[in-house]
Structures are given as structure tokens and as C-alpha cells.
Design a protein. Structure first.
Ligand SMILES: [Zn+2]
Length: 341
């Protein structure tokens, strides 16, 4: 799995202007009032002075170089979010509350995950194995130390390093040995209001990280419903509608068909752009996403099964990547990246 997913480069946020293609830098972000980042409020690009809807800025950032299908898991999703790496030390047998060195002013933790750990001062050739255990914030170092990372408040985390009770007596790590722990975080600007689909994707991502893969499936489906409707809404505004009439035209469309993602993917997109998400250039991706939905339905509506099946973590991550790819594909079909429009 890629450690640095697409969506925000180090030093910049996950918002990129579709007009000048520039990612919003963290320093520029300091001048932004977070409470102005809302779904229906336009944001002015500090580089070219064009206005864009923040969620379109996120989709443009995810779209990146125009390759739609890629790994999105782990990307910061909250409007204006970013990602950081850091390292810190903890003594075996202790836990240590820390503030991330590089947390920007106004930012707080969204999600944290371990990247590695080893005994301080030991040659890389002699590092013990580092294996995640069930979730991405817990790992075993060799077979004697459990390292875990816990968010204790918005801007503080705790690193724990505990020795296993029945470790081998010749275990290379003992009480008080210093461990160096490397971790990464996605961070979010406190006080922003995300559209529902972003909150839903963040929930799904966190559930998968924690090993709650089953909980992620219905959330992924709902995120697609909402994101397609939001993109249709912004498209209508782009096309000259006022907010009220844009809402009305989507409601009219949904009166005519069923109010769900398929209505937008098929009829909404066709009406707006003459293309569909359900067939055309992204028909395979649509089929892949339909399998995510079928998987969800098979698990949740399987009345004869005596217990719920849980997709394994890598399958759930694939589902997440397929889902976000589909949203970026819709962004492509709506033509939002066309800066001249
Ligand atoms: Zn710009």
C-alpha cells in the first residue's frame, strides 16, 4: 500500500484550483478563515483570483494529473486537509503524550497511523520486524513490544510501547530502552464544514483503519449518492442556475426517476453533458463499484446467514479506492477540470 497517496502533496493542502491548477499552500491557508470553508460558499484562489467551490477544489486535487483510478486510501479528505509525517521517541514500558512537531496552526488530527519503529541507535540491518496488528495504529516490534498510537485530543497524541508479559528472556528490548517511532497523520483545519460525502468518506476510512470493515460498506454507498448529487448541483450553478433553481432541477430529476446515485450517474450526467457514468469511458469502474454495493447488500441482507461476513482489510481498501475513483470519474465527465469553461 502506498504510504503517500494522491490528494495532497507535503506542504500543501488537498485543495487545488481548477483554473490555474495550483494546490493551495499551507502558508496561504493561514490567511483563510476556516469558517468560510463551507459546501455552498465559493472560495477565492489566492493565485489567480478565480472562485471555486471547495469540494470541487478537493476533487481537482484528487484528479491530479488526470489518472482517475488510483490509490486514494489515506488521503486527507476534509476541506483544506493535509498530511504529515513525524517521528518521536518513547521508552519501552512507558506511554508518552506528544504534540506533533509539524502540526500547522489551526489544524487538528484527523487520522493517525504508524509507519515504522525500531530501537534507537540500532543499525537498520538489525531492526526487528515491524508488523501492524489489525489496525493501522497498532504494531508489534519483533515479538516482544506492542507499539500503539492514540489520539488523546484534537492536537495531542500518545505513543505507547508496552512489553509483552511472557516475552523471551533474551528479548533484545527491555524496560527503559528508547524506541524511535515513525508515524503519519492526516490533519484537518478546525472549524470547516464539509459536505456530507466528505464526512462519510472520512468515516469509512477511519472504520477501515480500525479494522471495522463491515461498517465502511454502507457508508461508501451513501458517500457516492451524496457526492454525485453535489457535483450535479455545482454543475447546475456553473451552468448559470441560482442555488434554489439548481436544487429544484435535481429534485425534478429525482421525481422523474428514483432519488439515488443511479439517477445522477445515468440521467443527470446525460442531461448535463451527454455522457453517462454507468456506461461510456468509465463503465468498468461503474461495474466495479456495483460490486461494492452488491457485496454490501449480500452481507447486510443475507437473512439466512448465521453471522455477518467481514471483508478483510485489503479488500475494504480496494472498495474505498474504487469508490473514490468513481467520484473522480464523475468529476472528469462533468468537465470541471476544463479550466477554460
Ligand atoms: Zn487559481
Amino acid at each position: 500500500m502506498s504510504i503517500i497517496p494522491s490528494g495532497a502533496k507535503m506542504g500543501s493542502t488537498n485543495l487545488a484550483c481548477r483554473h490555474c491548477d495550483t494546490a493551495l499552500d499551507l502558508l496561504e491557508m493561514r490567511a483563510v478563515n476556516a469558517s468560510n470553508l463551507t459546501p455552498d460558499g465559493l472560495f477565492q484562489c489566492p493565485y489567480c483570483s478565480s472562485w471555486y467551490y471547495p469540494e470541487i477544489g478537493l476533487l481537482h486535487s484528487l484528479y491530479g494529473d488526470g489518472q482517475v483510478e488510483k490509490e486514494y486510501f489515506g488521503t486527507p479528505l476534509s476541506l483544506g486537509g493535509t498530511q504529515k509525517r513525524d517521528l518521536n521517541h518513547v521508552k519501552a514500558g512507558e506511554h508518552r503524550p506528544i504534540k506533533m512537531h509539524s502540526l500547522e496552526p489551526g489544524y487538528e488530527y484527523d487520522s493517525i497511523y504508524l509507519l515504522g519503529g525500531h530501537r534507537d541507535g540500532v543499525d537498520e540491518d538489525n531492526w526487528l520486524s515491524f508488523d501492524l496488528v489489525g489496525a493501522q495504529n497498532r504494531a508489534m516490534l519483533g515479538d516482544s513490544v506492542l507499539i500503539s498510537l492514540l489520539r488523546t485530543d484534537a492536537t495531542e497524541i500518545t505513543i505507547n510501547a508496552t512489553l509483552r508479559e511472557n516475552r523471551a528472556s533474551k528479548s533484545p528490548i527491555g524496560f527503559g530502552d528508547t524506541l524511535e517511532v515513525v508515524y503519519a497523520a492526516t490533519t484537518q483545519l478546525g472549524g470547516v464544514t464539509n459536505p456530507p460525502w466528505i464526512d462519510l468518506l472520512q468515516e469509512a476510512q477511519e472504520a477501515i483503519r480500525q479494522g471495522n470493515t463491515l461498517a465502511a460498506l454502507p457508508v461508501l454507498r451513501s458517500a457516492v449518492d451524496n457526492c454525485l448529487i453535489r457535483q450535479m448541483f455545482v454543475y447546475q450553478l456553473w451552468d448559470g442556475h441560482e442555488q434554489e433553481s439548481a436544487r429544484q432541477s435535481i429534485e425534478d430529476l429525482e421525481d422523474k426517476y428514483d432519488p439515488n446515485r443511479i439517477t445522477i450517474a445515468k440521467h443527470g450526467l446525460e442531461q448535463a453533458t451527454g455522457t453517462r457514468l454507468t456506461d461510456g469511458p468509465y463503465d468498468t469502474l461503474w461495474a466495479d463499484f456495483s460490486q461494492v454495493v452488491e457485496e454490501r447488500d449480500a452481507i447486510i441482507h443475507s437473512e439466512t446467514a448465521s453471522q455477518l461476513a467481514h471483508p478483510d482489510q485489503s479488500t475494504a481498501i480496494d472498495f474505498f479506492n474504487t469508490t473514490v475513483s468513481l467520484l473522480v470519474a464523475a468529476y472528469d465527465l462533468f468537465g470541471f477540470h476544463n479550466s477554460s469553461a
